[in-house]
Design a protein. Sequence first.
Length: 216
Amino acid sequence: MRTISYKLSGWWVVAIAILLSITQCTESTGLDDQMTPGSELDESVIQGAELTEAEIDGIRFMREEEKVARDVYIYLYEIHPLRPFLNISKSEQAHMDAIKYLIDTFDIEDPVGENPEGVFQNEELQQLYNVLIERGSTSREEALKVGALIEEVDIIDLQTELDSVAQNEDVIRVYTNLCKASESHLRAFTGVLALYSVEYTPVLLSQEEFDRILAD
């Protein structure tokens, strides 16, 4: 099955290696960062639907992956008080809440539970968080690059779920909107880097896909 270890053996491992050494999203309307999570979902449909094991694994993984993003941005804002870290950490909370809506509706065990900031059930995600905050702590520019990299991976993981795993239309709706928001976050981080005369080069996304996102 498509598990957390599979994901971490792919894109996140590449991302970690890069940090230590130094598909287009479907358009949709519905959830966005300003809306109550789940407010666009038809509960009469969603409560009667069943999920595959792969969809459940994906929901659990994305719940903690969004927590990684939120917690990293909260941590980095304390060191580098740049507005994107504050604003996007709030957006990531909205993303976590949107996935929590799916978890509650489908009666899935929540991997986040009562865990405080910086604490994760999955040991590999815990290690990832530690690497990200360490790298982002070194400088303002590196912190912004960490933010852009997180959004790259979010886009890739969400699009992988959409392309290969998600079948339930409500899960698809949530992932589509989270993917769209991650593209906006990527533009925000790269835009601030540009203000500091730093050109961000995509780490995992193709140059073509990266250029498309920035052009939107």
